[in-house]
Design a protein around this ligand. Structure first.
Ligand code: LLP
Length: 422
């Protein structure tokens, strides 16, 4: 019976040691992705910088690895900032995003020495200008622009998303107000412009269309500015997804930009990208224990000991995943089944209509490509504990995040007066 091996360790050994459900990352895959980005997103014509969009999977261990490869990090909350500050990531490489940063979050950024802010709207910039003056801190500001392009997995729409909650339109009155605030401020400097048109993008046409628009805007400035192009590169969840390898994708983007810069004469300070999903998704696998089975008139269910609490994406986005019975990889996949979780919701289905072999209670199910927006979007719904996260490499595994305990689940619960006296 052939077994799934991740990073040189058998799935059954991992589940025996750490329990289930378990988020497992193949560290070598993470490193190969980091290597591909850092090697191929490079140019002789312009400076490049890669930020990891840490919302995809943010833990201290992951950020330590990111820092090792010299990337910066994009954070979107005080929680993400706090985690980054506790990792080995240098504070100068932290870029603070978000459309509604609270005053406390802006203060925290200023107090902890964050230098780069990606600003979403006029009110934010106004408040930031006041706070920067109060703290006498100089900040580099990128303005998030809405270029009127929204990318979906296999299509993109131009000029239909002017009402997006993110960013402002170049040349609009909000934009002019932002430029005026920056001109007046002794502490804020315009570093450049940011755009992010969507996630899980396969058709790069949308991305290139956004580049063209951004270059058009930059052309109106005499000084070279930073062009931050965001993330969004697609990954493989099932055979239906055919992403371009990172290497080719980056090489093509760099060539496109080099040609465009030559053609237009636009001068650039730095070009930045912010990959999240494409760095981590395919390196992650979730291991579950299979419990009971049930046949209904039209379906056969395999139940697993996790579900929407550790992976909300199928119920939230109808996202598809592929899977295997990890301790029995060679058996014939003769059963058409639905893999459902243990949560008290009908929508708690991880995978619809997938062929798997017959199973018994205690078998291990591996769901692939769960490394992005899985742990990151996990919840304690039904008071299920968040699984542990382990990194595996060269036959060695190490815990990156410990499994929550039952005591963790009630840690912040306040006992009633009656209980206190009991
Ligand atoms: N930069 C900005 C400003 C972003 O908003 C995002 C993602 C990224 C970079 C990284 O995008 P990526 O390379 O990961 O596609 N929860 C959803 C995805 C939400 C993405 C939000 N922004 C999901 O699970 O599909």
């Amino acid at each position: 019976m052939k077994e799934l091996v991740i990073g040189g360790v058998k799935a059954s050994e991992l589940t025996a040691q750490y329990g289930t459900p378990l988020y497992v990352y193949d560290q070598q895959k993470l490193e190969a992705n980091l290597e591909a980005y850092t090697t191929y997103f490079k140019s002789d014509v312009f400076q490049t910088r890669i930020l990891y969009a840490s919302k995809a999977f943010q833990t201290i261990g992951m950020l330590d690895l990111i820092a090792e490869y010299g990337l910066g990090v994009d954070v979107v909350s005080s929680g993400e900032l706090y985690t980054a500050l506790k990792s080995t990531m240098p504070v100068e490489k932290i870029y603070f995003h978000g459309n509604n940063k609270t005053t406390e979050e802006l203060r925290m950024a200023l107090e902890t020495g964050v230098k780069h802010m990606v600003v979403d709207n006029v009110m934010e910039l106004e408040e930031l200008a006041g706070l920067a003056a109060e703290y006498k801190e100089k900040l580099q500001v990128q303005i998030r622009l809405n270029v009127g392009i929204e990318a979906h997995t296999h299509e993109y729409i131009v000029t239909t998303h002017i009402d997006s909650k993110f960013g402002i339109a170049f040349g609009s009155s909000d934009y002019e107000a932002c430029i005026a605030i920056l001109k007046k401020s002794d502490y804020l400097a315009l570093e450049g412009f940011h755009v992010h048109i969507g996630s899980q993008i396969f058709e790069m046409d949308a991305w290139y269309a956004a580049i063209d628009k951004m270059l058009g805007y930059l052309q109106t400035f005499s000084e070279p500015l930073t062009l931050n192009l965001g993330g969004g590169f697609g990954v493989r969840y099932t055979d239906a997804d055919q992403p371009m390898p990172i290497k080719e994708n980056m090489a093509q983007i760099v060539t496109y930009l080099e040609d465009k810069l030559q053609e237009t004469g636009v001068k650039i300070r730095e070009v930045m990208i912010e990959p999240g999903r494409s760095l981590v998704a395919e390196a992650g696998t979730t291991l579950y224990e299979i419990g009971y089975q049930k046949k209904t008139p039209n379906k056969q269910y395999y139940f697993v000991d996790g579900g929407m609490g550790d992976n909300i994406r199928p119920s939230l986005y109808q996202a598809d995943y592929s899977c295997d019975v990890a301790n029995n990889m060679t058996a014939e996949k003769s059963e058409l089944v639905t893999v459902a979780g243990k949560y008290c919701e009908s929508g708690d289905v991880l995978i619809h209509d997938v062929y798997l072999p017959p199973v018994k209670k205690g078998d291990i199910l591996a769901v692939y490509s769960t490394g992005a927006y899985g742990y990151a979007m996990s919840s304690n719904y039904n008071r299920n504990a968040t699984p542990a996260v382990v990194f595996v490499k060269d036959g060695e595994s190490r815990v990156i995040v410990k499994r929550q305990t039952l005591a963790d689940l009630i840690r912040n619960d306040v006992k009633t007066e009656a209980d206190k006296h009991a």
